[in-house]
Design a protein around this ligand. Structure first.
Ligand SMILES: [Zn+2]
Ligand SMILES: [Zn+2]
Length: 343
């Protein structure tokens, strides 16, 4: 099969011919229909999130099952599916409780093993991790659901517990941030978007943000406090920066909730714990969403409440993946770049 292979961290990946993946006994091999290019791919490629080299990235994908292992009972060749980026083992206490996103034995195609910048990708523990796709959802739209959109959905709903009329601050309007803007607005929240890029803020407004704030604003938390009349009920760091994470906590109103979605550098990140105590703030980390929780999100996609297709920016081919990764050395593009395979 053809795949985009990283030979070294930060070295230009090569589109090359590699052996087809073997099918795990409890897993499937999927013919990739589309796969997103996410900032976490860039982190792996750069070596911030170490992977075993040579490596095939790509963790947001949808496609068709071409081989199913002997132990798989719920899925068959020809099924159209997607998977969460963190696939649980399906057997441990966390998986059995429905929290595969924190499974200690999780597998992540594109990180712990070869990913979906390829014609074929293997997925372990298929019965626990696959998500069936509605027939009318195309692969390009669905590819984003595996990581950024699902992560934003869980951050806004399960952790943020956003209610109509709540102020939701979204720091960083790349793919996951714009997803959070759309989801928050659809749930009736008043969304305040923060970014350094005017183009990203324009997209945020188009997707439902009521207020857009330049990230360079002096004393950002105070500015947000003023606009929201006391601070955001829920605030998300959707980019992943120690400064943004701290600002996200500072901009909360009393009893507010911060959700850390963007990946942070390794090591401790200082947060204003004095405010966490004095204002009784809640701090959450969000690590994607388990397959179990997809139906509620897919129902909102099916009835048009959520329209992830609007978040798709550039649609490219496998041969363009290295260029798309290199482009993330700069600002995150205002829209999700998705690779379409198979014509
Ligand atoms: Zn598990
Ligand atoms: Zn991702």
């Amino acid at each position: 099969m053809k795949a985009v292979v990283y030979a070294g961290y930060g070295a230009t990946p090569a589109l090359t011919e590699v052996p087809d993946p073997a099918c795990p006994a409890d897993g499937v091999v999927i013919a990739v229909g589309a796969t997103g290019v996410c900032r976490s791919d860039w982190h792996a490629w750069k070596g911030h999130d170490p992977v075993v080299l040579p490596h095939i990235g790509g963790h947001e994908f949808a496609g068709v099952i071409v081989t199913a292992g002997l132990e798989v009972t719920a899925w068959h060749t020809g099924d159209r599916v997607t998977v969460p980026f963190a696939c649980g083992c399906g057997r441990c206490e966390h998986c059995l409780a429905g929290d595969a996103q924190v499974c200690p034995r999780q597998t992540q195609p594109g990180f712990t093993g070869p990913g979906a910048f390829a014609e074929l990708v293997a997925v372990h523990a298929a019965d626990a991790n696959l998500v069936a796709l509605p027939a009318d959802l195309d692969f390009v739209t669905t590819a984003c659901l595996g990581c950024r959109f699902a992560t934003a959905f869980r951050a806004v709903t399960a952790h943020g517990r956003v209610r109509p009329g709540h102020w939701l601050a979204v720091h960083g309007c790349g793919g996951v941030g714009l997803s959070a803007v759309m989801i928050g607005a659809a749930l009736g929240a008043r969304v305040l978007a923060v970014d350094v890029s005017a183009a990203a803020l324009d997209r945020a407004r188009e997707l439902g943000a009521e207020v857009a704030v330049d990230a360079g604003t002096a004393d950002l938390p105070a500015a947000i406090g003023e606009v929201t009349g006391g601070g955001a009920h829920v605030s998300i760091d959707a980019l992943g920066s120690p400064a943004l994470a701290a600002d996200s906590v500072r901009c909360l109103r009393r009893r507010g909730r911060h959700v850390q979605v963007g990946l942070l550098p390794r090591g401790p990140v200082p947060l204003p714990m004095d405010l966490v105590i004095a204002r009784e703030l809640e701090i959450y980390g969000s690590h994607g969403m388990a397959a179990r929780d997809y139906p509620a999100m897919l129902a909102m996609v099916a009835d048009g409440t959520l329209r992830p297709g609007l978040l798709v920016g550039e649609v490219i081919g496998l041969e363009d993946v290295s260029r798309a990764l290199a482009a993330m050395d700069g600002l995150t593009p205002a829209g999700m770049t998705v690779v379409r395979l198979g014509g």
